[in-house]
Design a binder for this molecule. Structure first.
Ligand code: SAH
Length: 367
C-alpha cells in the first residue's frame, strides 16, 4: 500500500527553498518566483488560482503541497486602534500577534516561539514557560494572515509597513526559521520590506547574533533594561551567560561598516529598580561607544507582577538625561493596554508547561 506523504507547506519556503522544491519535483526553478508572488504578494492559497502555471502543474501542486497559515482563534480591537489576534498553531498551542497603527506607519509585532525559555522577571510571556519554536510558515503566516485581515488602504497600499519580531519568544533561539521568515519579509518577490522596516529584537544571545550578521541585515533591537551586570543578571537571567560588555561588542560588530546604522536598545522602566538619574547617566556612558537609539518602555503590568511603572516625570527625567548626552531617546507609548496587547503582555496558550523546567537546557543547546 502506498504511504501517503505529508504535504509540503510552501508558505514558509524562501525563494531558494522554493527553487529547491521545484527542482526536487522535476520542474524549472523559475517557478519559485511565480509561486512566491502568488503567495506573498497576492495572498493566494489556492493553486487553482495561479493562472500563469499550467493546469498539469497546478494539479501536481495540489497533490504534493499546501499553503497553510495559522488560523485565527480570536481577535480583539483596542480603543486606540491596536488589534490583537490569537492564532492556533500545530500541537494545540496558540500565539498572539499585534498590529499597531500609527500616523506614518503600521507595525505588526509577530511571535517567534510558543512561550519563551528566557525567564525575564518582568515579562508575562516568561510565566508561560516554553513549548516549541514556531516554524517559518507559522512566523511568516502571521504577516500573511494579518495582511489579509487588514486589507489595503484607500490607495491600494498594504497597511502593514513594518514588522517587528517582538512578540512571544526569543527569536535568536529559533534562528533558522526566523531568518527564513525575515528573508521572505525582505525579498522583493515576496513582501519587499526594506531592512529598516524589519526589526529583530533579542535579549542578547551573543553567538546567534554573530551568526545573524552573516545571513541577514535586518535592523537590530536589544533588550538591555539595566546599565550594569549586577542588575541585568537579575532582570534578564541570560546576562549571566552573555554579560553586557560581550553583548555590546556583538552589537558593534553587527552594525560595523555601515555608517548610518544604529542599534535600538529597549529599556523597560521599572519603578525604583532601574529608573534613577544615576542609572540614566550610567546607561549613557555605557552606550557612548555604540551608535544607538534608546526606546524606553514604561512597564506594562500583568496579574501578580511584582513591578510597577514609574511616574511619568521619572520617565521624562530619565529620557532627558540620555538626550542631553546626545542619545536619541523615545518613550514607547503604551498601545493596546486595554486588550493586553502591550509589550510583555502577550501570552497565547502554551501546552505542556512542564517543559519550563527544561528551559535552561533548551538555552544551553541552542547557544
Ligand atoms: N525575547 C526578545 C523579544 C521580546 S520583545 C527580547 O527580549 O528582545 C518584547 C520587548 O518587551 C522586550 O524588550 C521585552 O523585554 C519587553 N517587555 C517584556 N515584558 C514587558 C513588560 N511587562 N512591560 C514592558 N516591556 C516588557
Amino acid at each position: 500500500m502506498a504511504v501517503r506523504q505529508e504535504k509540503v507547506n510552501l508558505l514558509g519556503l524562501t525563494r531558494q527553498g522554493l527553487e529547491g522544491f521545484f527542482v526536487s519535483i522535476g520542474e524549472k526553478p523559475f517557478r519559485a518566483s511565480q509561486v512566491l508572488k502568488w503567495i506573498h504578494q497576492f495572498g493566494v492559497a489556492d493553486f487553482e488560482a495561479m493562472t500563469n502555471i499550467s493546469k498539469v502543474l497546478r494539479s501536481r501542486l495540489q497533490e504534493l503541497a499546501e499553503i497553510r497559515a495559522p488560523q485565527i482563534l480570536m481577535q480583539q480591537h483596542s480603543r486606540d486602534g491596536t488589534r490583537k489576534w490569537l492564532l492556533k498553531v500545530d500541537g494545540g498551542n496558540s500565539v498572539e500577534m499585534v498590529f499597531i497603527p500609527e500616523k506614518d506607519r503600521g507595525t505588526l509585532c509577530v511571535s517567534s516561539q510558543v512561550g519563551c525559555a528566557l525567564d525575564c522577571t518582568f515579562c508575562s510571556t516568561a510565566r508561560q514557560g516554553f513549548n516549541r519554536n514556531l516554524s517559518a510558515a507559522e512566523i511568516i503566516g502571521q504577516l500573511w494572515m494579518a495582511s489579509q485581515a487588514l486589507g489595503r488602504d484607500p490607495r491600494g497600499e498594504r497597511i502593514i509597513s513594518n514588522v517587528v519580531l517582538m512578540g512571544m519568544g526569543e527569536p535568536l533561539l529559533n534562528f533558522d526559521n526566523v531568518v527564513a521568515a525575515m528573508d521572505l519579509m525582505m525579498d522583493d518577490l515576496a513582501w519587499g520590506l526594506s531592512k529598516r522596516r524589519v526589526t529583530i529584537s533579542t535579549a542578547g544571545v551573543v553567538p546567534a547574533l554573530k551568526r545573524l550578521k552573516e545571513v541577514s541585515d535586518a535592523s537590530l533591537a536589544v533588550s538591555l533594561h539595566a546599565p550594569d551586570d549586577a542588575l541585568r543578571d537579575q532582570l534578564v537571567p541570560l546576562n549571566r551567560k552573555y554579560p553586557i560588555a560581550v553583548l555590546l561588542d556583538a552589537c558593534r560588530e553587527y552594525i560595523a561598516g555601515e555608517s548610518k546604522r544604529v542599534v535600538t536598545f529597549e529599556y523597560v522602566m521599572l519603578k525604583g529598580i532601574n529608573d534613577s538619574a544615576e542609572q540614566a547617566r550610567k546607561l549613557a556612558r555605557l552606550l557612548d561607544s555604540v551608535p544607538s537609539k534608546v526606546n524606553l518602555i514604561p512597564f506594562n503590568p500583568f496579574s501578580e507582577s511584582r513591578y510597577r511603572r514609574p511616574p511619568q516625570e521619572v520617565i521624562d527625567r530619565f529620557a532627558s538625561i540620555l538626550q542631553d548626552k546626545g542619545i536619541v531617546t523615545i518613550t514607547r507609548r503604551t498601545r493596546g493596554g486595554d486588550i493586553d496587547a502591550a509589550c510583555g503582555q502577550l501570552v497565547g496558550q502554551v501546552q505542556d508547561r512542564t517543559r519550563r523546567s527544561c528551559s535552561t537546557m533548551i538555552i544551553k543547546e541552542a547557544c
